[in-house]
Design a protein around this ligand. Structure first.
Ligand code: URA
Length: 415
């Protein structure tokens, strides 16, 4: 007779292992939330072997539908970021890769907490639709070379349930649980090549390099076992990526980047990711310089019902935050700035909150840049002047007298 669920929880609690069938039973719909939550806590405390992690991944992928992209007829590339502040890379990398002739199909999520979500950003473009059916997504990738849509309810339902339980039971911080959560959705999305941007720093899930490396290696191993070749970029998330944090302001920055006027860190990260996805750095550089990537962006937005020429939503109040002193910016705290943008309405404190696409914060002085007293450190885009907490935004910046050189945004590439 097979062990009861309570016996499986006890085995994990005591440091034992579960086999593939036991893991599938544990995460099935028949296991009540309280037992699944107890199991998740046992995993946080005891960890999982590589074999168990791969079996958990397979069980999670098997809990729902898988997108079959084979009718596109060519290998499809996907990218994913573990989440950060000002992370609009999909809006730049997608068109860059598509312009190089490599099809891109991506299922994205919404923002939560201080991290933004690609779907929210895209929805600030008038008319843009994220609710594509699988058939529409595949057809668009065939015609236009790129599609980005919301995840359907039947894609890895086990992750939706587990993620919700983890959120409310202090069980998010576990490498096997984070790795299987991310990779289950990527494997089920059907791509044949994956680049993961694992953020490291105060604005990221992984605060330090050692844990980011461990997560990256776990995901590379899972990708290999599931037949999805995966490369991980470890990138800095101590300060916001680029200058814009919000929704419409990030779309505007992404378009400027595709026009060739992007901030150095954003360009560096996007070109590096696209070079891995295409295996052709020269083609990526050319797609950016020639305007082909901007054209690919315009075709993509129009294909999903958006108007690439329509004005983006604008905030009622645009308020500069002056620097209290002259000096060099030593740091701009990504987490605090992301929280400040969320409080303006750019992000969500809970999953049910609406998002205001027009509000956000634009960083005028990034690390290493000099400001004079009274010059803006940042510009707040708010619904009204009453919403602007200039002191909280100014407090995100650390200034000093010496000229600092910020380290490159891409720390290393693994896999
Ligand atoms: N992103 C996910 O999709 N899952 C996690 O567990 C963490 C980040």
């Amino acid at each position: 007779m097979s062990d009861r669920i309570v016996d499986l929880i006890a085995r994990k609690r005591d440091g034992g292992e579960l086999d593939a069938g036991e893991l599938a039973r544990m995460i099935s719909k028949d296991t009540p939330d309280y037992q699944l939550a107890a199991f998740l806590m046992a995993v946080v405390l005891r960890g999982m072997s590589a074999r168990e992690t791969a079996d958990l991944l397979a069980a999670m992928v098997g809990s729902g539908a898988r997108l079959d992209l084979s009718s596109i007829g060519r290998p499809v590339a996907d990218k994913h970021s573990t989440g950060g502040v000002g992370d609009k890379t999909t809006l730049v990398v997608g068109p860059l890769v598509a312009a190089c002739g490599v099809p891109v199909a991506k299922l994205s999520g919404r923002g939560l907490g201080h991290t933004g979500g690609t779907l929210d950003k895209l929805e600030s473009i008038p008319g843009f639709r994220v609710d594509l059916t699988p058939a529409e997504l595949i057809d668009q990738v065939r015609r236009v070379g790129i599609a980005v849509a919301g995840q359907t309810a039947d894609l890895v339902p086990a992750d939706k349930r587990m993620y919700h339980l983890r959120d409310v039971t202090a069980t998010v911080q576990s490498i096997p649980l984070i790795a299987t959560s991310i990779m289950s959705k990527k494997v089920a999305s059907g791509a044949s090549r994956l680049v993961l941007d694992v953020k490291v720093g105060v604005g990221a899930f992984m605060p330090d390099l050692a844990s980011a490396r461990e997560l990256a290696d776990a995901m590379i191993e899972l990708g290999a076992a599931a037949g999805l070749p995966t490369t991980c970029m470890l990138t800095r998330m101590d300060e916001p990526l680029g200058r814009a944090v919000g929704n419409a302001v990030e779309v505007a920055e992404a378009v400027e980047t595709l026009r060739g006027n992007g901030p150095a860190d954003l360009v560096d990260l996007c070109v590096s990711a696209a070079a891995i996805m295409t295996d052709d750095r020269a083609a990526v550089d050319d797609a950016l310089a020639s305007g082909a990537a901007l054209e690919a962006y315009r075709r993509w937005i129009a294909a999903q019902g958006g108007d690439p020429d329509a004005p983006l939503p604008e905030a009622g109040a645009v308020v500069p935050v002056p620097s209290p002193r002259a000096g060099y910016v030593h740091s701009c705290h990504a987490l605090r700035l992301g929280d400040a943008a969320m409080r303006l309405g750019a992000g969500r404190a809970t999953k049910e909150d609406p998002v205001d696409h027009a509000v956000g914060i634009v960083v005028n002085a990034k690390a290493g840049e000099r400001v004079e007293r009274g010059q803006p450190l940042a510009t707040v885009h708010a619904r009204s002047p009453a919403d602007v907490d200039a002191a909280a935004v100014a407090a995100c910046f650390e200034l000093g007298d010496d000229d600092v050189q910020p380290p490159p945004v891409v720390i290393e590439i693994r896999g």
